[in-house]
Write a protein that binds this ligand. Structure first.
Ligand SMILES: [Zn+2]
Length: 137
């Protein structure tokens, strides 16, 4: 088969057996995998041209010499990479409570009215006390 002349440009996990398959690229820029040996199940050559298969190989392959110059033409434009990057920082959900200041914690949940008025009363009382204290001198 003349296709066997295409050089191996990367390695990717075989979608069939989970082993390591060689990644090659044909004249039409389609990526395909050759699963032979190296302890795998010998799935053979997989030349599926569907966007899902091409996208899988493109985004999961470990390129030997960098990404191929020509992408498979049916590869989704920028789909493979952004989903990995665009994630809301999961750190804040885990709750780094130590980093959160007590004032911020108090402001987040809506304060019950009783507590609020009590705090206002305390503040007012404190102010009055200070005023009285200062006036004595
Ligand atoms: Zn395989």
């Amino acid at each position: 088969m003349p296709r066997a002349n295409n050089p191996t440009i990367g390695k990717v996990k075989c979608q069939t057996c989970g082993g390591l398959a060689s990644v090659k690229q044909n004249a039409a820029s389609f990526l395909y995998t050759c699963c032979f040996g190296e302890g795998t199940q010998n799935c053979g050559i997989n030349q599926q041209k569907g966007a899902a298969v091409q996208g899988y190989i493109w985004s999961n392959a470990e390129w030997i010499d960098g990404e191929p110059e020509t992408r498979p033409h049916n590869l989704p434009a920028d789909e493979p990479k952004p989903p990995v990057v665009v994630e809301p920082s999961p750190v804040s959900d885990d709750g780094d409570v130590i980093d959160v200041k007590p004032e911020e914690l108090e402001q987040l949940p809506p304060q019950p009215q009783k507590g609020e008025s009590a705090r206002k009363l305390l503040g007012a009382a404190f102010t009055v006390c200070c005023a009285v204290f200062l006036m004595k001198f």
